[in-house]
Ligand binder design. Structure first.
Ligand SMILES: [Zn+2]
Ligand SMILES: [Zn+2]
Ligand SMILES: [Zn+2]
Length: 103
């Protein structure tokens, strides 16, 4: 077994473990998932969701330059036709963040 192989193996185990923990956080309401344009998943901590008015219908912003993903606090009003119910909202906006624009 080469040294590289062991390193790869460990990294894979860690990734799977971290992924499982993060998914558990989501189920426990401690974190929420953000799926971005390339299908990659990001996790955001729910303490950013606001404590008294906890909602996940907010926009996520992905910066094309630094790839940073962030949560926007303000709630998005989703109006669906009669008889529909929202269970998940994955609103992603991409562009340039204020840091990259200022640079
Ligand atoms: Zn939340
Ligand atoms: Zn940026
Ligand atoms: Zn969020």
């Amino acid at each position: 077994m080469s040294h590289e192989f062991i390193a790869d193996e460990i990294e894979d185990i860690n990734r799977a473990t971290i992924y499982r923990i993060l998914n558990q956080f989501c189920e426990d309401g401690l974190a929420h998932k953000v799926i971005v344009e390339n299908g990659k998943q990001f996790f955001a901590l729910c303490r950013n969701c606001g404590t008294e008015d906890h909602h996940h219908n907010h926009l996520h912003f992905q910066c094309k330059k630094c790839n940073q993903v962030e949560c926007f606090k303000s709630e998005v009003n989703i109006s669906l036709p009669e008889g529909y119910r929202v269970e998940n909202f994955n609103g992603l906006v991409s562009g340039l963040c204020n840091n990259c624009l200022a640079a």
